[in-house]
Design a protein around this ligand. Structure first.
Ligand code: SAM
Length: 241
């Protein structure tokens, strides 16, 4: 999968694409992460990417010409034989990002994520987009951190991106439930012991315990998730008690 992140601040994003799991997967060619500087596609002498809003008002808006040019340039660089890219504007007015949307995007060949700055996009830029995504009901200064949230959530679902030591299977939200409590060494820390079942070596019993803990935790913290979670009739009866 090719993911191109379009921004006027490449320096915010570039280090994240070089570090840790993303950096390793990028280096190994399992995923192709690229930063495109929108300013390089601004044709004016001063490479201007912002301008004042018509009708007055506070702040500046992203100009359409450089964003259109950068997106068209990026769209023309998809992998050979790839389906057309999803062109995603990062926008607090967009569809709320969640695990289901991450799973949907992980099926694509090519994503283009466009980061706004200033007071946001000139309205005509929306005509370019196949999607608009918000990472939550709050307003950031720019789309870069929001786009990185999407990149991390999507990339970890691409086969081979997570190594053997990491896994996306039992994570919170992947199964529709929150993940239950987890422990590493030591067995006892400041009077708090690892539950005996996890030391038992009985894999069947451990799996049942984990499932039950995931159900309990979801019931305690996010009961709303249980409405759509895939539960057995017995589990449904248990959480209804
Ligand atoms: N004036 C815009 C509004 O009220 O809808 C907000 C603009 S915001 C200050 C600047 C940029 O940050 C946006 O264009 C978008 O790219 C990004 N951004 C801010 N909050 C975001 C969020 N919750 N999710 C995704 N992107 C966000």
């Amino acid at each position: 999968m090719l993911i191109q992140l379009l921004t006027i601040h490449p320096a915010i994003v570039a280090p994240v694409f070089r570090e840790s799991i993303l950096g390793r997967a990028n280096e190994a060619g399992i995923i192709d992460l690229r930063v495109v500087n929108i300013r390089d596609h601004a044709l004016s002498k001063h490479q201007q990417t912002d301008d004042y809003p018509y009708g007055g008002g506070a702040g500046l808006l992203m100009k359409p010409e450089p964003v259109f040019a950068a997106v068209r340039w990026a769209a023309g660089r998809g992998p050979a034989g790839a389906r057309p890219p999803r062109i995603i504007l990062m926008d607090p007015q967009g569809r709320r990002f969640d695990q289901r949307l991450a799973e949907e995007l992980a099926q694509e060949d090519h994503l283009i994520l466009v980061c706004g700055r200033y007071e946001g996009f000139d309205e005509r830029i929306r005509a370019l987009a196949t999607d608009e995504i918000s990472i939550g009901d709050y307003v950031l200064m720019g789309g870069e951190l929001a786009a990185l949230v999407v990149v991390e959530a999507v990339a970890r679902l691409i086969p081979g991106v997570l190594g053997d030591l990491e896994s996306s299977v039992a994570e919170s939200h992947t199964s529709g439930l929150l993940e239950g409590p987890q422990y590493t060494r030591p067995v006892e820390f400041e009077g708090m012991r690892v539950p005996e079942i996890l030391l038992s070596g009985n894999h069947g019993a451990i799996e049942r315990w984990r499932r039950e803990q995931a159900l309990r935790r979801t019931l305690e913290r996010r009961p709303d998730l249980l409405e759509t979670a895939d539960l057995t009739p017995a589990e449904r009866a248990l959480v209804a008690e």
